[in-house]
Design a protein around this ligand. Sequence first.
Ligand code: FAD
Length: 471
Amino acid sequence: MSPDLIRPADPALADALTTIFPADRLSATIPDRIAYARDLWPMGQFWARQGVFPHPPDAIVWPEAVGEIVALLRLANARRFPVIPMGAGSGVCGGTLAHRGGVILDLKRMKRVRHLDEASLLVTAEAGIIGQHLEEWLNGRGYTLGHFPSSIYCSSFGGWIATRSAGQLSTKYGKIEDMVMGIEGVLPDGTVFASKVSPRTAAGPRLDQLLVGSEGTLAVITAATARVRPVAEARRFAGYVYEDVHAGLEAIRKVMRQGLDPAAVRLYDETDTALSLSALGLDATGCLLVLVFEDVAGLCDVKADLADAICRAGGGRALGPGPGEHWFKHRYDISYKQSHVYQAGMMVDTIEVATTWSNLDRLYDAMRASIGERMTCLAHFSHVYPEGGSIYFTFVGPPGEEGDIETYRSVWNDAMNACVKMGATITHHHGVGLLKAPWMKDEHGPLIEMYHAVKRALDPNNILNPGKLVP
Ligand SMILES: Cc1cc2nc3c(=O)[nH]c(=O)nc-3n(C[C@H](O)[C@H](O)[C@H](O)COP(=O)(O)OP(=O)(O)OC[C@H]3O[C@@H](n4cnc5c(N)ncnc54)[C@H](O)[C@@H]3O)c2cc1C
């Protein structure tokens, strides 16, 4: 591979790292630096297609012990190089790009499940474990984390916490921030910490929650304790078609208002419905709603029956369990089909925003209008709560010639500005990274100063994932 492809690494840095990491857990080779030069932000696909790798790290290290992370952070402070924590690199916002060079700290070798406290329903695991491995380990003992992001095969426990991730059954089990009960890690100056695990507390704000969503900028998360639940005994599926998105949303809102606790709720707009139903061999216009319930045996049926009455009364035409069963069986497929789109010379990306019930329809209309005709846009509503829900837009564009990167960027700009204008949050679960950092001031207003103050106090040399989250 030609060394001209990427900027040269700092040889002195790689030498210094050999004092901490053995040769088989440290690399500054060009293939490794290229492999770690992008995450799954679609901009990385553009660059790779053009044969450019603008953000390679100088080196990658694979720690196996907390002491190695402490030593690395001390060295980074002494020599002033960036350290970028990384789980599995499935982030879609450029969160692990080494845009100022430095060292990628890949945590995948720290992957032990340490302890299952069955009486308290708590599991403690190291941050680098891949989500599916943690879930299988728990399932083997009769438990579930209840966290099923579409990237479960290629994302880590620590990455979930660092990005405030959401799983497909978030309506029942919550997002990762609802599950995390304690965090262990290392602060930028090398201080090791472990927060206290307690069901609830009134000892001031929960400071470890500040790290949930901190995207590697405030601490390296090395392990965490999370809530688990017994695997559900029963599952029920239901499908309905509504005349339009607004009728479907109203039915969902009423189901949530009654506290009927569905595990998954997915309402597809007309374009997304056409795609989903054609996969089932069904021909229907309108908007498809899929509900999944899971619970202890008796309760599951009671909740599903009560919801069924609400959905029919709201104008839903019942389709039986078929659409829900089909979605459940294929629930991890769709995200991995994007490569066909790229191979066809097109581009695709997703925007996931959230707001309250009283604002949700209007947000949907405003954001669709902001994307306009520049790209094909489809959407579904897939994480709902009694207070509101999220909208997941997919936009697919024309051939990805160089100039089309401008179209892609302008779609993002206009969609984010529309979201801010509507008072909605700019991200429900993908996080911020480099991509959405320019809107963080709009998101938080004057409170963003709290983040800056904490960052300055903990990381005066700005070594931990600089430039991410907030420009
Ligand atoms: C096909 C596909 C489907 C997806 N579906 C979902 C979904 O359903 N729900 C969802 O929430 N997201 C989804 N995502 C996005 C992504 O998987 C999540 O953001 C995930 O939480 C990232 O985990 P990771 O381990 O890959 O993190 P990485 O990409 O490695 O890192 C993401 C950010 O977290 C920081 N970080 C990672 N580990 C640590 C650590 N131990 N300590 C401190 N900081 C750390 C990094 O510095 C970076 O800023 C999807 C992505 C893809 C490609």
